[in-house]
Write a protein that binds this ligand. Sequence first.
Ligand code: NAP
Length: 245
Amino acid sequence: MGRIVVVTGASNGIGRSIAARFAACGDDVVITGRRPAQLERTADELGARGVVCDNTEPAQVAALAAGLGPAVHVLVNNAGGNTDFDRDESGDGTGTAWLERLAASWRANLEANLISAVLTTEAIAGLMPPGGSVISIGSIGAERGAGSYGAAKAALAAWNVGASADLGPRGITANVISAGYIEGTGFFRGRLTDTRRDTLIAAAHDKRPGQVEDIAETAFFLASPGARHLTAQLIHVNGGAFPTR
Ligand SMILES: NC(=O)c1ccc[n+]([C@@H]2O[C@H](COP(=O)([O-])OP(=O)(O)OC[C@H]3O[C@@H](n4cnc5c(N)ncnc54)[C@H](OP(=O)(O)O)[C@@H]3O)[C@@H](O)[C@H]2O)c1
């Protein structure tokens, strides 16, 4: 379709699948990631342009935006993940050192999942013409507690409402896709036990794990002409694991 599509954090997992979906229909896709070799490999495989960028870093996001244009039609804020998987859990829960570690771990998840989207949208939205779409990847964790990760994804959804109000008068939509358990990504860093996986699948009404394509197809629809009156929304893609009415 000849659009310029930017997908953050697309070296693998959900972002890669989203980038592939847009590339397959003829869009020019730009992907970001922090690991150069992985990014380059994926960019080559997809026929996309890879830009090494940590989307939590203002200078790197500014450089990314400066190399785009003249227009960006679709921005997918996918970069993120649960940085608590890296957290040092040791400590007695009291004292300055413990609180400093706690503050650092909360800030890390807010940086990874909220600030990355805020910065990237702010940097790129000025390049978006009417008909543009901002899509951010949230999580069912926002509905479940899930500590600093869930809080960061809940904040992402709250931020999105304001982004939609800001961008709407220009004909640009802003939505969040809240993903349930999606298999085949690097999200769990190999720490998902079989028991936990079975529990996640059992919670879904369709009794299957989510696939990266489930999210990619939803993102593709949100960027389509049929979704122009759909903005400021949180779209749950979780097989019914978190129902709404
Ligand atoms: N898988 C699930 O079950 C699930 C469920 C709900 C929501 N999500 C959300 O879906 C999104 C994608 O996750 P995933 O499951 O596909 O995990 P993944 O396989 O680990 O992919 C994450 C990608 O983001 C990149 N990335 C991480 N931080 C970045 C940063 N600051 N700047 C640029 N790139 C960054 C990573 O590459 P580099 O390390 O090279 O930067 C990687 O390519 C995340 O926002 C995650 O929270 C996932």
